[in-house]
Design a protein around this ligand. Structure first.
Ligand code: NAD
Ligand code: TYD
Length: 353
């Protein structure tokens, strides 16, 4: 039986991964380390409360004593490291916590695993570090998509902190022969995503009949991947990837933001005709500083080596996402209350909130 440490497993992708792992590898023991920040929510793990194969530990990945104690208490041979501060706009307001969690947290985890795994022979351990395409910087309209060899050129404090973490992970492989792998993934969407991110934010604003803010002219392009495709890719890399390697995971579905939001609101109108014309709520607001223009990923490496391909197309993924949120409006209401409202005020001002 494998014991896997999942960090950030109460957040959006981490919680999806924990549920996915439960279905795909029911015999694995999951230790889920999550600080339960504003983005971490035990409700995302509903159904696992009584499951002896899932243990939620509330704590900080940057706490060396706590992290070391998990490695001595449990025979952990797999790590999947999702825990991070993840929202670009928050990183512009308050970069310090991004450096602390993303860089120092990753370093703390690497050190604990490196010491715990010294001399381990029974099972080959593996450490999967989950990262983002944002470390590569921004593309122009005619540029080829990022490959694993594209030099890092991060533009936001979030992207820079993830890039720093990635480089540390890489150095542990080079220096210590530490069994690390990295995935760089494009923009995810799906159930449990905190509604500060574009898709669930636009949806929750539309459901509340409030403005749906689009930065700049809405021409910035992102490559969207349904979260389950990411989870499948992460497990594949964890089990079959080559240590020391990086794999890009992308949805191969590039869309300008305005087109994406229009599609989302069209699908919402089809599912909830009583909402009238939610596309009329679209409002153009001041652009994000340093806003990356376009992300796109070349995924030939993982397709060729491991046979992974995204399976859920954008419209199908958006329908599934909408169904989930429409069926979990109580979740959305609870998440939208409290400190999150203060963040919205600071970010968008009273006109949007
Ligand atoms: P999220 O913000 O929804 O969740 C992050 C989780 O990490 C939360 O549960 C939070 O409580 C936890 N956390 C934060 N600080 C912590 C700390 N110090 N110690 C322990 N836990 C802590 O993020 P997400 O969107 O699920 O992203 C997960 C990972 O995937 C991140 O590493 C992110 O960089 C990466 N990623 C995200 C996307 C995306 O589109 N969301 C794309 C590519 C890569
Ligand atoms: P976001 O979901 O924050 O992801 P990221 O910045 O990590 O790509 O934003 C996705 C895109 O949507 C990005 O180009 C910024 C834009 N955006 C808006 O236009 N309005 C918004 O209110 C938000 C949150 C994002």
């Amino acid at each position: 039986m494998s014991v896997v440490l999942v960090t950030g497993g109460a957040g959006f992708i981490g919680a999806n991964f924990v549920h996915f792992l439960r279905r795909q590898r029911p015999e694995w023991q999951i230790i889920n380390l999550d600080l339960l920040t504003y983005a971490g929510n035990p409700e995302n793990l509903a159904g696992l409360e009584e499951d002896p194969r899932h243990i939620l530990v509330q704590g900080d990945v940057a706490d060396p004593a706590l992290v070391a104690s998990l490695f001595s208490r449990y025979p952990i041979t797999r790590v999947v490291h999702f825990a991070a501060e993840t929202h670009v706009d928050r990183s512009i307001m308050d970069p310090g916590v991004f450096v602390r969690t993303n860089v120092l947290g990753t370093y703390t985890l690497l050190e604990a695993a490196r010491h715990a795994w010294q001399g381990l022979k029974a099972e080959e351990p593996r450490f999967l570090h989950i990262s983002t395409d944002e470390v590569y910087g921004s593309l122009g309209p005619q540029d080829p998509a990022f490959t694993e060899k594209t030099p890092y050129s991060p533009n936001s404090p979030y992207a820079a902190s993830k890039a720093g973490a990635d480089l540390l992970v890489r150095s542990y492989f080079r220096t210590y022969g530490f069994p690390a792998l990295i995935t760089n993934c494009s923009n995810n969407y799906g159930p449990y995503q905190f509604p500060e991110k574009l898709i669930p934010f636009a949806l929750s604003q539309a459901l509340a009949g409030k403005p749906v803010p689009i930065y700049g002219a809405g021409t910035n392009i992102r490559d969207w991947i349904y979260v389950e495709d990411h989870c499948r890719g992460a497990l594949l890399v964890l089990e079959q990837g080559r240590p020391g390697e990086t794999y890009n995971l992308g949805g191969r579905q590039e869309k300008p933001n305005l087109e994406l939001v229009r599609l989302l609101l069209k699908l919402l109108r089809e599912m909830r005709p009583e909402l009238g014309h939610p596309e009329e709520l679209i409002t153009f607001v001041t652009d994000r500083p340093g806003h990356d223009w376009r992300y796109a990923l070349n995924t030939a490496k993982i397709e060729g080596e491991l046979g992974w391909r995204p399976q859920v197309d954008l419209e199908e993924g958006l329908r599934r996402t909408l169904s989930w949120y429409l069926g979990h409006q109580d979740w959305l209401e609870r998440v939208r209350s409290g400190a999150y409202r203060d963040y919205l005020q600071r970010q968008y001002g009273a006109a949007v909130v």
